[in-house]
Design a protein around this ligand. Structure first.
Ligand code: KQY
Length: 364
């Protein structure tokens, strides 16, 4: 049984644990829509299977699939990955899945946010999104985890927490007109405090250049542990990412977290600009109302969009000269984890990366 409560996690003593805290497992969704994934999703399915297999070295993985993909996904995934039917419009479990909260005494619940495909009818990425909006509730019912229904449009990729009272988000995303245009910043901040049970919200101005989510925080920075952040970086002042990363750095350096700590910030150099190739654009079925994929468009590639799992980290690689440096730096910064990289260009072509397609369920 899964109950839905009218109260909030804060009122009930539940909080969102950090991603680096122990997990019960990881949730993903299987890609297939041909207007977002080239060649009917086949290359993306291989990439998702590789990510799921890499994470499954460290913790249990469940893959949600539409009914018509069950047999294919079951056959493409190793037997130790659980495959369950969850109807969905697309495959971004970070964004439409639940945000799990815990009470620190063994109980776990889930927050079900409103999902509107990153901007609804204003600048959302596809229509309809009703199946995605129901994913969080289905995951919670399957796990028999009780639920809070939050009256806020929010995707999991727009928040990072340290599990010690701090949330980091971006103004570009959470103040965007496609999400909660009726709510002023202080009301959105109050909702974050209630539903994540944090004391302090840090508002980085913008995310990664050309990110179709309108600036999700999980592509530009993440927590490695309390007080320690990794930030997507470039030294090239002519790169449109330069100002974005610099303003994030300057802002965070001027702040303290909920515990009064100054943040330690590690810069992770981004890959060289990665552009959509003509044959990649041609493989996507263009549909009115879905964001077009055009040859020559720059993709929002960043090594920061990785997943922390029990004893490990699964990071993207792009076939870029900076791949090795990112792997080495993140391994140094995460000495207690095994850092593994998985080719992620096909995920990037769909508009996100490894963090965007995964959702951790904390250990109870
Ligand atoms: O990056 C993400 N969190 C999701 C991106 C969605 C892209 C849909 N085309």
């Amino acid at each position: 049984m899964s109950l839905t409560f009218d109260s909030t996690p804060r009122a009930d003593g539940f909080f969102m644990p950090a991603e680096f805290a122990p997990h019960a497992g990881c949730w993903m969704l299987w890609p297939q829509r041909p207007d977002n994934w080239r060649l009917g999703g086949k290359p993306a399915q291989k990439a998702f299977a590789a990510v799921a297999t890499a994470i499954a070295q460290f913790e249990p993985v469940t893959m949600g699939v539409n009914a018509n993909q069950y047999s294919n996904a079951r056959q493409m995934l190793p037997p130790h990955i659980r495959v369950v039917e969850i109807s969905n419009n697309d495959s971004w479990m970070r964004d439409c899945g639940p945000t799990f909260v815990a009470d620190g005494k063994g109980r776990v619940r889930g927050v079900d946010w409103v999902f509107n495909a990153w901007g609804g009818l204003y600048n959302g990425l596809y229509f309809p999104w009703d199946l995605d909006d129901a994913v969080a509730q289905k995951v919670l019912e399957m796990e028999q985890v009780d639920r809070y229904k939050a009256p806020l449009v929010l995707e999991g990729g727009s928040i990072h927490v340290d599990g010690e009272g701090t949330c980091i988000t971006t103004e570009e995303c959470l103040l965007s007109l496609g999400r909660n245009p009726e709510l002023p910043k202080h009301r959105i901040e109050s909702f974050l405090k209630e539903y994540l049970n944090v004391e302090k919200v840090l508002w980085v101005p913008r995310g990664v250049f050309h990110d179709e989510t309108t600036g999700h925080v999980d592509n530009i920075l993440c927590y490695l542990r309390p007080g320690v952040v990794a930030l997507n970086w470039t030294d090239d002042k002519s790169d449109p990412q330069y100002d974005r990363s610099e303003e994030a750095y300057d802002y965070l350096m001027s702040q303290t977290d909920a515990k009064g700590r100054r943040l330690e910030i590690h810069k992770i150099r981004q890959p060289n600009p990665i552009l959509i190739q003509p044959e990649e654009a041609e493989g996507v079925d263009a549909v009115d109302g879905t964001l077009p994929r055009q040859a020559g468009d720059r993709m929002a590639a960043s090594y920061i969009n990785f997943y922390l799992c029990n004893g490990g980290a699964v990071i993207p690689s792009f076939g870029d000269p900076h791949d090795a440096e990112a792997l080495e730096r993140l391994q140094q910064l995460l000495p207690d984890r095994k850092v593994v990289s998985v080719p992620a260009r096909e995920i990037l072509l769909g508009g996100g990366n490894i963090h965007c397609i995964t959702q951790q369920q904390p250990k109870g």
